[in-house]
Design a protein around this ligand. Structure first.
Ligand code: THU
Length: 136
């Protein structure tokens, strides 16, 4: 069981996720999303959604953030914060849950939005009975 996030880690992650949304490339959906990941080594990486004229090639903010961390040599995910431009918080899509599971099966997921409210839940509650590296 990883240690609970501190209030300052939460604040830092949420601020990074909100800021990352400003860089979103979302001309088709007009739905800018930002994400930030806290890694076990203490580093924070952020990402935004990156859409494509061939819509199915879109990369969600959460995956952009995770891929940035991995590309920088950081692989153990402790927590992810997601910001969506919605009145209520929303949680990562199924594809992103699977990618988050690969690097942080015990990660915490925080969701914040343009409106009020915040959700925090373990990833394991969002992706029960997950398929992962140990199944191969
Ligand atoms: N999107 C994300 O980046 N993360 C989420 O958690 C939900 C969806 C993106 C994908 C697409 O660019 C846009 O939001 C609308 O689905």
């Amino acid at each position: 069981m990883p240690a609970a996030l501190t209030a300052s880690q939460r604040r830092r992650l949420i601020a990074a996720a909100r800021k990352a949304a400003a860089a979103a490339y979302a001309p088709y959906s007009r739905f800018p999303v930002g994400a930030a990941v806290l890694m076990a080594d203490g580093r924070v990486f952020s990402g935004c959604n990156v859409e494509n004229a061939s819509f199915g090639l879109t990369n969600c903010a959460e995956r952009t953030a995770v891929f940035s961390a991995v590309a920088a040599g950081s692989r153990r995910l402790r927590a992810v914060a997601v910001f969506t431009p919605t009145p209520a918080p929303t949680l990562p899509c199924g594809a992103c849950r699977q990618v988050l599971h690969e690097f942080g099966p015990e990660a915490q997921v925080l969701s914040v939005c343009a409106g009020a409210g915040q959700v925090e839940t373990p990833l394991a509650a969002l992706l029960p009975h997950a398929f992962g590296p140990g199944d191969l």
